[in-house]
Design a protein around this ligand. Structure first.
Ligand SMILES: Nc1ncnc2c1ncn2[C@@H]1O[C@H](COP(=O)(O)OP(=O)(O)OP(=O)(O)O)[C@@H](O)[C@H]1O
Length: 608
């Protein structure tokens, strides 16, 4: 990349820091004002000492007035104490505010993620992108910036620049050439350091993001309770750790190269700086030796050189850190502007369904998952009539869940249309659509929340409605046995008294959620796989009653569930191969008959 582009890129990064402050200004003006005060306090520090030391030495070595010298010493210490006190007050204030900004920005990032469509979340690139954006909150590696450091370093940088201006003015009183040579050499060393840091940062922030996520994943496998059973029964500890180390090794080679470049650049820039410092010290001493400057000026220049060295080293460190910060902020701001597919659909989709009776039509629907070559759904034509109970059956991978995902608008058909009452579902307002449709998935999740919140989420509820649903699902015994009934904390991730429900109990809870939502269209994707045959039978009999005024689509591998349905659709390799009710399909002796017979033993027992 050319120098011009690099400079442009740097400017964009610094503009991001400006945007960060602008964002903060929108949230909290007093913080920005506090920041300006911090900068001035920080900038004044060294000059207090330099100027008073000159006055003190002049008084002691020239005018021989020790009382005046003492007054200067007391003044210098008092000012220093005031500056330090201000600094620590501002610092405390800053710490409190930073936590608040972190929570606001994190909330914004989480809301953005929730706003993205299912399809977008199903994309690994988005997760890499999010990982980079998250770095402004969690500096996972020492090399990553943190919001706190960015805010502190940006103020420190301005304070350093003000100190540099002060030191330049002091140097100009001897000769501009000394300053010029100093400045050029230090500028070279700053540029060398920035180049090295840029290389190192690129390794961490671009090439290693995906590998970093993998390492994180293996760590999660070792600690997350969800995987605890598989890990232990299959004795997978060593296997997981070995995989983690494999990726650590991949990381190591990339990082080592960058660190080597950094070390070489550091050695070069340190050699240049130290040689030059020696030369300037000698020059100042020579001026004093030849009587060109008084002793007090030697103190001023030596101290100023000290400040100059610290300031330029500080500027270099701040620039490197802020450059990283700017890059992360770029990803953060970019992530926030990721256009949600849901929203882009929403812009054109404003039709509101004003009826509770739905006719759903799939017309020549084809679907390929992103980046896949084969169709998961092929030429699907199907009409689901109001209040109809449809079952979809088929072997694993036949396309049943994909059919549901299309119906739920998680993905858009590659070809063809899905209509509700003649309206393309893509044109219906998303919120309105989701209010009208409920789904219980085979891989449903129970949240580490109290049971009641797992049931109703954030909706208002009447206790009687809840009791009725619990009764209909035969969940009363379970709830009554819980220590705090409906208010019992579920899951053991945060609370050692949290309750782990059995698989079947969880599944009933997932069904209960759907009943509570009470929408006119219900989808059940293998909702009873974990239930005992008896419990399944009870649920289906009750469910048929509870959903008699609703359109229902069931997916099941258990043919017993299909008998309750008006129509059974058999899918194979993404296509509908048979359709009809139980009796018709049995008579036909086709694919359904085959599937049914495989489970004949089970049905015999159930019929008995
Ligand atoms: N996110 C995805 N990306 C790519 N391919 C996918 C994805 N999800 C499913 N598939 C593929 O689509 C095909 C249909 O899968 P689907 O989950 O719809 O089958 P299913 O009939 O529900 O199977 P099962 O009975 O096992 O749940 C399969 O070949 C599967 O590998």
């Amino acid at each position: 990349m050319g120098i011009q582009n690099k400079v442009k890129e740097m400017l964009v990064y610094f503009k991001n820091i400006y945007h960060l402050y602008k964002k903060i200004w929108g949230q909290d003006k007093s913080y920005v004002i506090n920041s300006i005060l911090i900068i001035f306090v920080k900038a004044l520090y060294p000059f207090n000492r330099i100027l008073f030391l000159k006055l003190i030495i002049d008084e002691l070595a020239g005018n021989l007035r020790w009382t005046s010298a003492l007054i200067y010493v007391i003044s210098m210490c008092t000012i220093e104490l005031i500056l330090r006190s201000f600094d620590s007050i501002f610092w405390t204030y800053e710490q409190k505010k930073i936590l608040r900004f972190k929570s606001i920005f994190l909330k914004e990032l989480s809301m953005k993620t929730m706003d993205l469509s299912y399809e977008q979340i199903d994309n690994p690139y988005l997760h890499d992108h999010k990982q980079k954006a998250m770095a402004i909150f969690y500096p996972g590696q020492a090399q990553f910036m943190d919001l706190k450091n960015t805010l502190i370093d940006s103020k420190q940088l301005v304070a350093y620049v003000l100190q540099l201006i002060g030191v330049i003015i002091i140097f100009l009183t001897i000769t501009p050439y000394v300053f010029l040579v100093l400045f050029i050499i230090y500028l070279i060393s700053i540029v060398l350091n920035i180049i090295a840091a840029d290389k190192e940062f690129n390794v961490w922030s671009h090439s290693l993001v995906n590998i970093g996520r993998r390492v994180g994943y293996y760590q999660e496998l070792a600690t997350d309770f969800t995987y605890a059973k598989e890990m232990r029964t299959n004795i997978l500890g060593q296997w997981v750790v070995d995989k983690m180390y494999y990726y650590f090794d991949t990381m190591k080679s990339g990082v080592n190269k960058a660190v080597n470049v950094f070390t070489i650049m550091n050695i070069i820039s340190n050699t240049l700086q130290i040689t030059l410092n020696g030369a300037v010290y000698f020059y100042i001493a020579w001026l004093a030796y030849t009587g060109f400057i008084p002793l007090s000026d030697v103190i001023v220049y030596i101290n100023s050189l000290g400040v100059f060295v610290t300031v330029l080293a500080g500027i270099s460190t701040c620039l490197i850190s802020l450059q990283k910060a700017g890059m992360h902020l770029s990803t953060y701001f970019k992530y926030l502007t990721t256009v949600s597919h849901t929203k882009s659909i929403e812009d054109n989709a404003n039709i509101v369904l004003d009826t509770t009776t739905f006719t759903v039509e799939f017309i020549n629907v084809y679907f390929k998952y992103p980046e896949q070559d084969h169709y998961a759904i092929k030429n699907l034509n199907l009409t689901i009539y109001p209040n109809e109970k449809i079952a979809i059956v088929g072997e694993n991978g036949a396309g049943k869940t994909t059919f549901i995902k299309l119906l739920l608008r998680f993905y858009k058909p590659t070809k063809g249309q899905i209509l509700i009452n003649g309206i393309d579902i893509q044109n219906i307002s998303m919120d309105n659509y989701m209010k009208n449709i409920t789904a219980v998935f085979q891989d449903f999740n129970i949240l580490n929340y109290p049971l009641i919140e797992n049931f109703v989420f954030d909706h208002a509820y009447e206790e009687n409605t809840i009791k009725e649903i619990i009764h209909n699902l035969n969940l009363e015994k379970t709830v009554n046995h819980l220590p705090n009934g409906l208010y019992t904390e579920l899951g053991r991730l945060f609370d050692h008294k949290g309750i782990e429900l059995s698989g079947g109990q969880k599944q009933k809870l997932a069904i209960a959620r759907a009943l509570f939502k009470n929408s006119p269209f219900v989808i059940l994707d293998e909702p009873t796989a974990m239930l005992s045959p008896q419990a399944e039978y009870e649920i289906y009999t009750n469910f048929a009653k509870l959903t008699q005024d609703k359109t229902t689509v069931y997916i099941s591998h258990r043919m017993s569930s299909c008998r309750f349905c008006d129509r059974i659709i058999v899918m194979e390799l993404g296509e509908i191969v048979e359709s009809g009710n139980h009796e018709e399909l049995i008579k036909k002796e086709g694919e359904y008959y085959k599937l049914y017979n495989i489970q004949a033993e089970f049905y015999k027992t159930l019929d008995d």
